[in-house]
Ligand binder design. Sequence first.
Ligand SMILES: C[C@@]1(CC(=O)O)C2=NC(=C\c3[nH]c(c(CCC(=O)O)c3CC(=O)O)Cc3[nH]c(c(CC(=O)O)c3CCC(=O)O)/C=C3\N/C(=C\2)[C@@H](CCC(=O)O)[C@]3(C)CC(=O)O)/[C@H]1CCC(=O)O
Ligand SMILES: NC(=O)c1ccc[n+]([C@@H]2O[C@H](COP(=O)([O-])OP(=O)(O)OC[C@H]3O[C@@H](n4cnc5c(N)ncnc54)[C@H](O)[C@@H]3O)[C@@H](O)[C@H]2O)c1
Length: 188
Amino acid sequence: MSYFPMFMDMQNLKVLVVGGGAIATEKLEKLVDFTKEITVIASEVSVEADSLIKNHCLTLYQRAYRKGDIQGFDIVIVATDTVDLHKAIHEESRGSRILVNSVDNTDYCDFIFPSYVKKDDLTIAFSTGGASPAFAKHIRRHFEKIIPNSVGDFLKKMKALRSTMPKGKERMKYFDELVEEYFRKNFK
Ligand SMILES: C[C@@]1(CC(=O)O)C2=NC(=C\c3[nH]c(c(CCC(=O)O)c3CC(=O)O)Cc3[nH]c(c(CC(=O)O)c3CCC(=O)O)/C=C3\N/C(=C\2)[C@@H](CCC(=O)O)[C@]3(C)CC(=O)O)/[C@H]1CCC(=O)O
Ligand SMILES: NC(=O)c1ccc[n+]([C@@H]2O[C@H](COP(=O)([O-])OP(=O)(O)OC[C@H]3O[C@@H](n4cnc5c(N)ncnc54)[C@H](O)[C@@H]3O)[C@@H](O)[C@H]2O)c1
């Protein structure tokens, strides 16, 4: 089965990132926009990972992963170069509600990271289900170029209208017309 695309409120979720190298840094760069409840356990921490950890006041344990470390976390991202650890942590998490992402092997993933464009309230996420992360990156770049900068202001306006106008068929029709007009003017 394929992955269900879901937008999740992560603010109160506790996230553990195992590993402090290049890929852990890429994952951390994204995660810090969605929750500050992030702990990193890594034998070695790169300069880039270390500055992210410091700048965002994340918790760091500089040591190797120990069995049991995943307890108390909601989400665990395994981003190490120790291949066996990905399988071991995934197995350890079974029977719990902890969701695991392994950057090394989709067999050990409950969820995978999408590539995404985020402009204010608009988020467009892309995934190939692991078939080609490079493709996900390039289609993200393509969309980044075609999304107008005005989209944030337009969505703000729509949000305000939604909170002031009474719900119903008339409102639905009006909103559809406004969005259609926005598309006519801003997309080719
Ligand atoms: C989208 C993105 C988001 C992010 O990382 O946040 C992301 N990978 C990105 C880039 C990227 N990753 C890789 C390359 C090299 C080219 C290539 O292999 O295609 C490039 C391109 C580059 O860096 O230029 C190598 C790679 N990736 C994975 C493996 C292991 C494996 O395949 O088993 C290997 C082999 C490692 C090796 O060979 O040693 C696995 C995963 N990578 C995923 C996400 C998940 C599936 C996403 C999907 O397809 O839907 C998944 C399954 C798990 C996960 O990471 O959650 C981010 C783009 C961000 C952006 O720029 O927008
Ligand atoms: N998902 C992706 O997008 C993607 C892209 C490229 C590579 N990868 C894969 O990601 C993995 C990591 O790559 P990298 O470039 O970040 O490697 P790296 O060498 O830069 O970093 C590895 C990190 O894991 C830590 N580590 C290793 N064993 C540990 C343990 N037992 N406990 C705690 N920390 C431990 C190291 O100290 C280091 O911080 C590779 O296996 C690679 O195949 C994934």
